[in-house]
Design a protein around this ligand. Structure first.
Ligand code: GLY
Ligand code: MN
Ligand code: MN
Length: 485
């Protein structure tokens, strides 16, 4: 690797994790090695990526807080907007192109870094200005530019292809890079795993604070605020990885509660169960944790039934998840465990295999069991060429249909929800209605839901749970009582 300098790193203070910039050098090296062995790539190929832009709020001069685009982050770890980056595939030489900011911006932005500053900060081989891209790539005799075009299998949106003035005079290939980078991002390196463990540790600690802080009479958004305060103050995490879901009572049955029209603003009531799904990110590496607990600190018998059914499901998957296992089979295992528990406690009746055959599980858990997690909370690579998405209820919502392999990071997040728009038609359905016990189901009409979400690393022969929060009924009641002492 040319030009490596020791010491370049990202950190938010001594109490936080130090991310060595060598993490990104390793990613670039993996990318070059992979491209070098790709027969479609000729000699003198150069990867060219465009980083994220500053995004203004509508037509104003106020911007959303900038967060780097994830493919660019994976390669370079650059925290500011308007950069480009190039990697020479044969030599792995790395070049950043920074925006040329007018000197009087010093008044607004503080000292404007020089190219030398940026070279040291990100530990790359060269730094130039964005307006020099064409000349620099010509001087480097780039034969073909590999640019990034591909569809995100979760959002359906297409990545932004790098474009600069003068690109028309280069040969460009925009089909090779996306599948290559996407596949590499699925498998986390030791340095990436360290950052993911850190984001998870900080978020786990914040969830423990939530268990202790919850009280009837609070508003849901106050839980959001306590989490963000903790992860920012104690963990140096300036961003959360996705919109907070802090849902008490029936709101827990709204899977993406917390959106703009339902902004976590309900009152938390005595006797309700609460679902909190929040994760901090650090250096753009994410976490995604859900806890469920009674607002007043004590599970009712019905809350306990549903909570323990979901916990059993989560633990069954944790025990079974290992290399070679098909993820949709883990989804089926999670569903089956929940259905068995619901039968045991009299909400439904009949043969569980018959229920599985008619996809009854998707009535109680309409979302997928879990998803890859990394630089994006719903990380890329879930459906590479050759992996088909199921069309069956529940299974079609899975964000990956892959076989698990070592070094994948994935969430395990079974849930059981009482979503009236699913349950009511199912109870009238000629095939499904026979399984329900209406008088028992009636008790759960306003229950909401329970989700238990952990983030695991697939290891050689099993999985490591990076999420460390109290999970049993006894442990949750104990930590909640501690918070009230
Ligand atoms: N927080 C989003 C999810 O669990 O997938
Ligand atoms: Mn998740
Ligand atoms: Mn989540």
């Amino acid at each position: 690797m040319p030009g490596h300098q020791d010491g370049a790193s990202f950190s938010r203070g001594k109490h936080t994790h130090t991310v060595p910039m060598s993490l990104h050098a390793t990613n670039r090296r993996r990318l070059c090695e992979s491209l070098q062995s790709n027969s479609q790539v000729g000699s003198e190929a150069v990867v060219l990526l465009q980083g994220g832009d500053d995004v203004p709020r509508h037509c104003t001069d106020v911007s959303y807080l900038f967060r780097q685009e994830s493919y660019f982050q994976w390669c370079f770890g650059v925290r500011e907007p308007e950069f480009f980056g190039a990697i020479d595939v044969d030599s792995c030489k790395s070049i950043l192109f920074m925006p040329r900011l007018p000197q009087d911006y010093v008044i607004w932005l503080g000292r404007i870094p020089t190219t030398d500053d940026v070279k040291k900060q990100y530990d790359v081989d060269e730094v130039h200005y964005v307006d020099e891209i064409s000349d620099v790539l010509k001087a480097a005799k780039a034969n073909v530019l590999l640019t990034l075009v591909g569809v995100n299998s979760d959002s359906g949106l297409t990545s932004r292809e790098a474009k600069f003035e003068g690109i028309d005079s280069f040969k460009v290939n925009n089909t090779i890079l996306h599948p290559e980078m996407t596949e590499l991002r699925v498998f986390k390196t030791p340095a990436e795993i360290e950052v993911l463990r850190y984001a998870n540790k900080v978020s786990s600690e914040a969830h423990k604070v939530l268990y202790k802080s919850a009280r009837p009479g609070m508003h849901e958004y106050q839980m959001e605020s306590i989490f963000e305060h903790y992860t920012s103050k104690e963990g140096g995490c300036r961003y959360t990885a996705y919109t907070a879901i802090c849902a008490c009572g029936p709101n827990g049955a709204v899977l993406h509660y917390g959106h703009a029209a339902a902004p976590n603003d309900d009152l938390m009531l005595d006797g309700q169960i609460m679902v909190i799904d929040m994760g901090a990110e650090y250096h753009c590496y994410t976490s995604d944790i859900t806890i469920s607990f009674p607002v007043n600190g004590k599970f009712t018998p019905d809350q306990r039934i549903i909570y323990e059914a979901v916990l059993k499901s989560n633990l069954a998957v944790q025990k079974a998840a290992k290399p070679g296992v098909l993820w949709p089979d883990m989804h089926r295992l999670a569903e089956k465990t929940i259905l068995e528990e619901l039968v045991k406690h009299g909400l439904i009746q009949g043969n569980v295999d018959d229920m599985m055959a008619v996809r009854l599980g998707a009535v109680f858990m309409p979302h997928g069991l879990g998803h890859f997690m990394g630089l994006d909370v719903h990380d890329c690579g879930g459906y590479p060429k050759g992996v088909e998405r199921s069309t069956d209820p529940g299974l079609k919502s899975l964000r990956t249909g892959r076989v698990l392999q070592k070094d994948m990071v994935i969430t395990i997040e079974p849930g059981c929800y009482f979503i009236n728009s699913l349950i009511e038609p199912a109870m009238k359905d000629p095939v499904k209605s026979k399984f329900f016990v209406p008088e028992v189901m009636e008790r759960f009409k306003k229950f909401g839901g329970v989700r238990i979400e952990d983030d695991v690393l697939i290891t050689e022969d099993g999985c490591e749970n990076m999420t460390q929060v109290p999970r049993t009924v006894a442990d949750i009641e104990a930590i909640m009582a501690e918070g009230r002492a």
